[in-house]
Design a protein around this ligand. Structure first.
Ligand code: NAP
Length: 481
C-alpha cells in the first residue's frame, strides 16, 4: 500500500484510537483531532455512578489487543476508559493527537480536505476518517420548566462529582441503560431516589461476575484461551442477539423475552411489577442489561414514579397527579441527540455541497460508511451502522478495513479519490429501509433507534452480510478519479 496519503481522523474515542493505531502500523502520516483533553470518547464523558459496559468486556476489546485483566464480565466504566488510555499509550499514537481543539470545518479542495479547528488551526489531509460517535450530544427533556430547578441539576453524561449525593433526595428522569445503572448505584446511598419512568423497560439479567486472579493469570499465559473466549462471545452476540433483532418472531427473540419476563418475577409487589412491565416486544427498544435494578427498585429508598411529569419546578418535579416531588438534586438520564454525528461541524464536499443540507431530513450513508459528493470521507460507526446488534468495536474494525481496501484499490489503479455513486447510495438506502421495517425495532415502541419517520436507522441485515460487504467493497458502486 502506498504511504503518501495523509489522514485526518476526527475523534479519539474507541473508533478514532483504532483508526490511529492501524494508520500508524501501516506507515501513514495522520493527525487525530480531539475536542477534549483526553482519549476515550463516551467513556471519558460518562462518569456517572454505576457506569459499566453492559457488553461483556472480552468482546468490548480490540481484536488485536485483547485484555486478560478485565475484572468483571461487564467491567466498570473507569476500567474501560483506562483500557483505551493504556492502549493509546502502548501503540504510541498520542503524539499525533491534537487535544483540546474541536474541528469546526472540513472543506473538500480537490484532491484533498482542508480541516480547520475552532482555534483557527488548519491542516491539509487527503482522507478523513470521521470517528465522532453517536451518543455524545446530551438531550434534555422537552418538559416545561427544565432549567428552573434551583438545586444542582445535570445530564447523566455531564455528571457533577462535586455535588453531594449521600443522604440526599435525588430525582432521576429516565430509565434507559444510563438511568438503570445510576439507580442501582444510588439506591443504597441516598435518602430517597425518585425515578421518573415514562416507559417501562425490558431488563436482561447479567450477573456481576468477577474474574478470579487464577482466571486472569490463565488468560495472561495462554493467548489461545483468551482468543477462544473472545471468539465465542463474539459469535454468540453477533449471531444470537443480532439475529433476534432481525426477526421479531424468531425463537431467539422469544427466548430473550422469556428471560426478561422471568427476571420480572423477582419483583414481589404486584402493583410495582405491573408498572415495570413493558407493553411492547423485548428488543424493540435497546435492551437494558442489569444485575441490580430490580433489587434497587424494591429497596425502601427508591420510588418508581410513573405519573407523567408536568413540570420541573424550583424545588422539585411536579407530576400529573398534582404531587410535587421535592428534591435536592435532579439528574437527567434522558439520552442523546443521535442524529448529530459530527455536526455541528461544517462539512463542505464537492462543489460546495454541505453535509448539513444532504442530511437535512436525516443522516444516511452508503453501507453506513460514505456519502456521495464527499470524496475520501469515511465514517466509523456512522449513520445506518449496526448499533446494539453487533459488537461496536468489531464493527469499527471492519469499517476501517473496508476503507483501507478502497484506498488500496484507488492507489493501485493510480486514482487519488473515491466516493460512492448516488445510484448505489440510493439503492442501498431503499433496501435498508425496506428491511428496517421488518425488524423488532419497528414493532411499536418509542426509541432512539427510530428516525424522524419512525423507521429504525441501524443496520437491518445479518452479521454475515455486514462482514461480506465490508470484506469485499463493491468497486462498481464507487466513482474513482
Ligand atoms: P436512552 O436510552 O435514550 O433513555 C432515555 C430515557 O429518558 C428513557 O427512559 C426516556 O423515556 C426518558 N425520557 C426522555 N425524555 C423524557 C421526557 N420528556 N419525560 C420523561 N422521560 C423522558 O438514554 P441512555 O439511558 O443514556 O442510553 C442511551 C444509549 O447509550 C443506550 O441505549 C446504550 O446504547 C448506550 N449506553 C450503553 C451503556 C453500556 O453499558 N454499554 C450504558 C449506558 C448507555 P422513554 O423510554 O419513554 O423514551
Amino acid at each position: 500500500m502506498a504511504t503518501q496519503a495523509r489522514f485526518g481522523v476526527i475523534g479519539a474515542g474507541m473508533s478514532g484510537i483504532l483508526a490511529a493505531i492501524k494508520l500508524q502500523e501501516a506507515g501513514f502520516d495522520y493527525v487525530v483531532f480531539e475536542k477534549a483533553d483526553d482519549v476515550g470518547g463516551t467513556w471519558r464523558e460518562n462518569t456517572y455512578p454505576g457506569i459499566a459496559c453492559d457488553v461483556p468486556s472480552h468482546i468490548y476489546s480490540y481484536s488485536f489487543a485483547l485484555n486478560p485483566d478485565w475484572s468483571y464480565l461487564c467491567s466498570p466504566g473507569q476500567e474501560v476508559q483506562a483500557y483505551f488510555q493504556s492502549i493509546s499509550e502502548r501503540y504510541g499514537i498520542l503524539d499525533n493527537v491534537r487535544f483540546g481543539d474541536a474541528v469546526a470545518r472540513c472543506t473538500w479542495n480537490e484532491p484533498g480536505w482542508e480541516v480547520e479547528t475552532a482555534s483557527g488551526h488548519t491542516e491539509q489531509v487527503d482522507w478523513i476518517i470521521a470517528a465522532t460517535g453517536i451518543l455524545h450530544h446530551p438531550k434534555l427533556p422537552d418538559i416545561p420548566g427544565v432549567g428552573s430547578f434551583a438545586g444542582p441539576a445535570f445530564h447523566s453524561a455531564r455528571w457533577d462529582h462535586d455535588v453531594e449525593l449521600d443522604g440526599k433526595r435525588i430525582g432521576l428522569i429516565g430509565t434507559g441503560s444510563s438511568g438503570v445503572q445510576i439507580t442501582g448505584a444510588l439506591a443504597p446511598r441516598v435518602e430517597k431516589l425518585s425515578v421518573f419512568q415514562r416507559t417501562a423497560q425490558w431488563v436482561v439479567p447479567m450477573a456481576q461476575e468477577a474474574y478470579s486472579d487464577e482466571e486472569k493469570q490463565a488468560f495472561r499465559t495462554d493467548a489461545d484461551l483468551l482468543q477462544d473466549l473472545h471468539d465465542k462471545m463474539s459469535t454468540g452476540f453477533n449471531d444470537g442477539f443480532g439475529t433476534a433483532i432481525l426477526d421479531a418472531n424468531s425463537g431467539i427473540a422469544d427466548d430473550f423475552e422469556a428471560t426478561c419476563r422471568a427476571e420480572l418475577q423477582r419483583i414481589d409487589d404486584e402493583d410495582l411489577r405491573a408498572r415495570l412491565t413493558p407493553d411492547y416486544r423485548a428488543g424493540c427498544k435497546r435492551l437494558v442489561v442489569s444485575h441490580n435494578f430490580y433489587d434497587a427498585v424494591q429497596s425502601n429508598s427508591v420510588d418508581i414514579v410513573t405519573d407523567d411529569i408536568t413540570a420541573v419546578e424550583a424545588t422539585g418535579v411536579r407530576t400529573a397527579d398534582g404531587k410535587l416531588h421535592e428534591l435536592d438534586v435532579l439528574v437527567y438520564a434522558t439520552g442523546f441527540h443521535v442524529d448529530r454525528f459530527m455536526r455541528p461541524m461544517r462539512i463542505e464536499g464537492r462543489d460546495g455541497v454541505l453535509l448539513d443540507d444532504v442530511w437535512s431530513e436525516r443522516p444516511t450513508a452508503y453501507l453506513a460508511v460514505a456519502v456521495p459528493q464527499f470524496p475520501n470521507f469515511f465514517m466509523l460507526n456512522g449513520p445506518n451502522s449496526p448499533v446494539g446488534n453487533f459488537s461496536l468495536i468489531q464493527t469499527a474494525e471492519m469499517q476501517f478495513a473496508y476503507t483501507m481496501a478502497l484506498l488500496d484499490h484507488a492507489v493501485g489503479e493510480g486514482f487519488t479519490t473515491a466516493e460512492p455513486t448516488e445510484a448505489a447510495a440510493a439503492a442501498f438506502d431503499d433496501e435498508r429501509v425496506a428491511a428496517a421495517t421488518e425488524t423488532v425495532w419497528a414493532t411499536g415502541c418509542r426509541s432512539w433507534y427510530l428516525d424522524d419517520r419512525g423507521i429504525p436507522f441501524a443496520w437491518p441485515f445479518t452479521f454475515s452480510r455486514f462482514r461480506s460487504e465490508m470484506e469485499q467493497p463493491r468497486l462498481a458502486d464507487y466513482h474513482f478519479a
